[in-house]
Design a protein around this ligand. Structure first.
Ligand code: K7E
Ligand code: CUA
Length: 764
């Protein structure tokens, strides 16, 4: 007996193995066939396996990339390189209703300059908020180079909340870089300009034009920048470029590089040599070293005066209080990056083939010993290069930016002219590896690569040119983000991703599990101010409030109707439509678009959004929901009737297009009873399981209960009409009753599926 069972087991095992082998062989021959057909090498297939993410899969890292001239930011996943979302920041974006609803218009209005609306931005450097030198997943900041502004994006809903305008600069590039606890966001000027908004002749460039560096105070509790507690260092009219904040031992200090310390102002139209000649004639420019910790104390002690309504630390004061120092750096450098341990500062040469490694300790010693080689024309002390430098390393032609590896001392530098990434060690000066890039890399990024604890793993090269990498789409090419595996000793190219929107300058990658965004708002929420909207509306409380020609309409949205379904106003009225999305289910967004009024709202579950406009022409203006939200999405519609002034709405009943009989009504009721049976079964399934342990299901059940309540109401109206022999209305209300049942069933089935797929347990 024993023997037989053993034999049986063995036979079964053999059968299983041969099955596995044959199915594996089958898969393999299929794979080989596809590889052959598509001309893929084994290396390609390996790269695909490292990036391919099956349906429903998640990425390990989320990237926030600048969107360049689009004025937006872009989120995508790594390693899949799937684009998840463009977030509107400085530019109106209709899908998100940004710049179309009153709430976001108020955010954009914060970014006005000299009273003018500025509806685009040139976003360059996103920065995640940090706690103790590590990303905390709470906020992201981005600068606008063209109009010196900073925006705050809250990662709890990925929406732009605030825009602040520099009170001094006329451009800004060296932002956003945050101090290790996001005490401040650094923003440096780029093109020197007068601090006033008046005309100042270029002949007065040296005396009247100024650069600078602002430390914007960030309040982490409320998630907003406090301009009133921010301060700016006045700087010489050198073109300050990128910045970085010290950390660890260098905490409290900030670093900026610069170009065109020649202070050349061009003028080819007057026969003078152009900017590029005059701005690169010297061999070195200046690294600016600022002590923000000490400056903060002076501000708090009331020792800093204001200009243009904001604190300005003049160069005179900076010299006197020993707050700012200069150190020569290679000609026209670009990136400046503080090492994860905070001990070194790396500067990439751009017009030099070296990366220069400065020592924070040596800089501090020179400052302490007052060991200066002289001063610049503005009296700022200069620390000699030899005094501050650990080493310089030949990394290739045109080094731009640096990012760090998880391995101590290892750094990656983007090499623009040579189109490559160089991996090297800043402690030993040894070159470890290089990889060619397609083509002309700007910034590069490793996972959490500018924090205290870089993760290594992947690197993205943000390439300026894509040339022949993609199908041609005309003379304006997409940019190319190339994903590189850096987990081994040799870098390996994995994937090319075209980015079809603006020039993404810089990007930052955060571990996905640090992000915990919400799926819905508290009902009646103004998402831009993050408080209850004064215009929120509950189900059944929809109303119209008129004061003279000022009309406020308080409405709601829930599958599948917009309340109100008819809006009657008069020519010349100023109308505000405030809509609250009553849904609680995940992803049940409703939109709102109206003919001829530039209205397009995106109203996510819980949100209240408003559109204000003047109706200057009598007419008929249909509106509808723009998100395909349910099977009866197309029926989410209505009319705004703009009546001529003085028009009296006639007492004329609406004549229905269709006539219904008692038989129609009874047929519908039979359908509804059958539908109710389905609902009861689903409800039975849900309530017999531990559904309360699944927040998503709890929300669906809440929504379904609402819908069922509405169904009851409609049922009552239908029965009342039938009792009076009014089968026209009885049938219409019976149909509405059924519509609510369908929505209930839809929600219930979604809940049931979720429970089944996520291992819910039977409780009774
Ligand atoms: Cu294009 Cu940082 Cu603005 Cu370098 S920047 S490439
Ligand atoms: Cu709501 Cu479509």
């Amino acid at each position: 007996m024993k023997f037989y069972s053993k034999l049986g087991g063995a036979l079964l095992l053999v059968a299983l193995i041969s099955m596995t082998v044959s199915s594996f062989a089958f898969a393999e021959s299929n794979l080989q066939k596809v590889m052959k057909e598509r001309g893929l090498t084994e290396k390609d297939v390996l790269a695909a396996a490292k990036t391919y993410t099956p349906t429903g899969g998640r990425d390990e890292y989320i990237v926030c990339s600048s969107g360049g001239q689009s004025g937006q930011i872009i989120f995508y996943g790594i390693p899949s390189m799937r684009i998840l979302k463009y977030v509107a920041v400085f530019t109106p974006e209709p899908w998100q209703g940004y710049g179309f609803d009153d709430e976001s218009k108020a955010v954009l209005a914060q970014g006005r300059i000299n009273g003018k609306d500025i509806v685009y931005g040139d976003t360059h450097h996103p920065a995640f908020s940090e706690t103790d030198g590590d990303y905390d997943g709470k906020y992201i900041f981005i600068n606008d180079k063209a109009n010196p502004r900073i925006a705050v994006i809250d990662l709890h809903d990925f929406e732009t909340k605030q825009i602040v305008v520099s009170p001094f600069f006329k451009s800004s590039h060296g932002g956003c870089f945050v101090t290790p606890n996001t005490e401040y966001i650094m923003e440096a000027a780029q093109y020197a300009a007068p601090y006033s908004s008046d005309f100042v002749s270029l002949n007065d460039f040296n005396e009247e034009y100024r650069g600078g560096l602002t430390y914007w105070k960030f309040n982490k509790e409320i998630g907003r920048i406090e301009p009133e507690n921010s301060f700016t260092f006045e700087m010489p009219p050198y073109s300050q470029d990128l910045s970085d904040a010290g950390k660890g031992p260098s905490y409290g200090w900030g670093f900026n590089n610069s170009f065109c310390t020649e202070r050349y102002v061009g003028g080819i139209e007057k026969g003078r040599p152009p900017y590029e000649a005059g701005c690169s004639s010297k061999d070195t420019d200046f690294l600016h070293v600022t002590n923000w910790k000490k400056a903060e104390e002076l501000v708090k002690a009331g020792k800093v005066s204001k200009l243009n309504g904001a604190y300005l630390i003049t160069m005179e004061q900076a010299i006197e209080e020993e707050l700012m120092f200069l150190i020569p750096e290679p000609k026209s450098p670009h990136g400046v990056d503080v090492t994860p341990d905070g001990l070194n500062i790396l500067v990439a040469g751009k017009l030099d083939s070296h990366a220069w490694v400065y020592s924070f300790e040596k800089i501090m010693k020179a400052i302490k010993d007052k060991n200066f080689e002289g001063t610049d024309p503005y009296g700022l002390p200069i620390i000699a290069l030899d005094t501050a430098l650990d080493r310089s390393v030949n990394v290739g032609l045109g080094p731009l930016h640096n990012q760090f590896d998880s391995e101590d001392g290892v750094v990656y530098t983007s090499i623009y002219v040579d189109s490559q990434i160089t991996k090297w060690n800043y402690r030993t000066g040894k070159i470890l590896d290089t990889i060619p890039i397609h083509y002309n890399v700007g910034h590069l990024m490793t996972m959490e690569g500018d924090t205290k604890n870089p993760d290594g793993k992947y690197l993205v090269a943000l390439n300026k040119l894509s040339i022949d990498r993609f199908n041609p789409v005309g003379p304006l090419h997409p940019q190319n983000h190339q994903l590189i595996d850096i987990s081994g000793s040799q870098m390996e190219l994995l994937y090319d991703m075209p980015l079809p929107l603006g020039e993404p300058h810089y990007a930052a990658a955060i571990r996905a599990d640090k992000l915990q965004p919400v799926v819905r708002y508290k009902t009646g929420w103004n998402s831009r101010t993050d408080e209850k909207s004064e215009f929120r509306c509950r189900a059944g409380r929809e109303k119209v409030v008129r004061d003279g020609n000022r009309v406020h309409i308080y409405g709601t949205l829930i599958r599948s109707h917009i309340t109100p379904e008819t809006i009657e106003v008069y020519e010349g009225d100023v109308v505000s439509i405030h809509l609250t999305n009553l849904e609680r289910a995940q992803d049940e967004v409703h939109g709102f678009a109206m003919y001829g009024h530039n209205v397009q709202l995106s109203i996510e579950p819980g949100k209240t959004a408003s559109a204000t406009f003047t109706v200057d022409k009598a007419g008929v203006y249909p509106y509808y929901c723009t998100e395909f939200c349910s099977a009866l999405h197309l029926e989410m519609q209505g009319y705004m009737l703009v009546m001529p002034k003085g028009y009296k709405a006639e007492e004329k009943a609406i004549i229905d297009g269709e006539k219904y009989t008692k038989a129609d009504y009874e047929g519908q009721v039979a359908t509804n009873i059958a539908t109710q049976d389905v609902i009861n079964q689903v409800v039975g399934f849900i309530t017999s399981h531990n559904y309360k342990d699944f927040p998503i299901v709890v929300h669906l059940v809440e929504d379904a209960t609402d819908q069922l309540g509405f169904a009851e109401e409609a049922k009552g109206k239908s029965e009342a009409a039938a009792a009076k022999g009014d089968f026209q209305n009885a049938m219409l209300w019976a149909n509405q009753w059924w519509q609510y049942q369908v929505k209930t069933a839809d929600l219930g089935l979604r809940a049931k599926t979720h429970l089944e797929q996520n291992g819910a347990k039977k409780i009774k």
